[in-house]
Ligand binder design. Structure first.
Ligand SMILES: Nc1nc2c(ncn2[C@@H]2O[C@H](COP(=O)(O)OP(=O)(O)OP(=O)(O)O)[C@@H](O)[C@H]2O)c(=O)[nH]1
Ligand SMILES: [Mg+2]
Length: 310
């Protein structure tokens, strides 16, 4: 793949990766922007992305709008920091081309972590990410590996295929539900059930939370789509922090697992590699389409491109 910035990107990307590795968060922020802009050709410029010394455990947090994902993430960050873990957050908001809502709302929620060098938060919108959010997400999480982060939390609103695709980036996925959403397992969006490693019933302080939890548990045994081993269900109240310690313990437990069939293995498994390859190839094709479209400045160019008569 060609270096579209005429050869200046390689030294820049390497310089920024050195900074990010040294713990410079501004360097990391600039590296992420560059990766997003350069797309899959970044691998060519920075092969180290493919062979990090350390891998951050990627936790997907998805669920319906307003379920309390960001509030929960704010709590999780505090818990992980108390245990000395470096935490990155990628908040994905494909619905808004400018991610205005997310940035504004999440800024307020994540505010207390702004000056902590062990925390890095980034919103990822569809603007500027040629060829899809998934490919950007795959590239960006690898930068967190390089920068020595222990955990990356990926927040997406679980409403569409893009968001489900992004959850392929994650090593472990929590689907956040709330009592009032009435999201019984039967009514649950196709795909959410399949990607969940754990369900979280948030807003545990709301009336009906326990009933909802029991219904969820019961329906899990009835639904033919449900996996043979039922997905665990946890209850949290993100606003007060109740239940968040258990969730933290669960996540750190998963992160520390090693050996056959655990996340380090799965990440280089065929299914995950093919999903990543697909996202990156899509992005590369989009870029190629853009490039070739721009070369068409006349009907003659069009004919040359397609070898047809118009
Ligand atoms: N009562 C109650 N309210 C909560 C709880 N968790 C979050 N909220 C509130 O729910 C609202 C939405 O919370 P967010 O954290 O923004 O939810 P989100 O899932 O990130 O929302 P989007 O990113 O817009 O999809 C806020 O007003 C929170 O204060 C909870 O456990 N109990
Ligand atoms: Mg949010």
């Amino acid at each position: 793949m060609s270096d579209q910035t005429g050869g200046t990107a390689r030294p820049r990307i390497q310089e920024l990766s050195q900074k990010a590795k040294a713990g410079d968060l501004i360097g990391l922020a600039q590296l992420l922007t560059l990766l997003e802009r350069e797309g899959p050709s970044s691998f060519e410029q920075l092969p180290e992305l493919l062979s990090p010394h350390q891998m951050a455990f990627r936790v997907g947090i998805t669920g319906p709008p307003g379920a309390g994902k960001s509030t929960l993430i704010g709590r999780l960050i505090a818990e992980f920091r108390a245990q000395g873990k470096k935490v990155g957050v990628l908040a994905v908001d494909p619905s808004s081309p400018f991610t205005k809502g997310a940035v504004l709302g999440d800024r307020i929620r994540y505010h207390e972590h702004f000056n902590d060098p062990g925390v890095f938060i980034r919103s990822l919108g569809s603007r500027g990410s040629l060829g899809g959010l998934s490919s950007s997400a795959y590239l960006m999480v690898r930068a967190f590996d390089l920068a020595g982060f222990d955990i990356v939390l990926l927040e997406t609103v679980g409403v569409g295929q893009t968001e489900l695709d992004i959850m392929n980036v994650a090593d472990w996925v929590a689907v956040v539900l709330v009592p009032e959403s009435g999201d019984s397992i039967q009514g649950m969006k196709a795909g959410l059930l399949e990607i969940a490693d754990t369900f979280i019933v948030n807003k545990g302080d709301r009336p009906g939370a326990d009933t909802f939890l029991r219904e969820l548990e019961a329906s899990m045994h009835l639904d033919p789509r449900a996996p043979s081993v039922p997905v665990p269900i946890m209850k949290t109240t993100a606003t007060s922090g109740e239940g968040v310690k258990d969730l933290t313990t669960k996540i750190l437990g998963e992160a520390s697992r090693s050996g056959a069939g655990t996340w380090r293995d799965e990440r280089v498994g065929l299914e995950r590699l093919q999903a990543e390859a697909k996202a990156l190839l899509r992005a590369a094709s989009e870029r190629e389409i853009e490039r070739r479209t721009k070369t068409i400045q006349s009907a003659a160019d069009f004919i040359r491109e397609f070898r047809i008569k118009i």
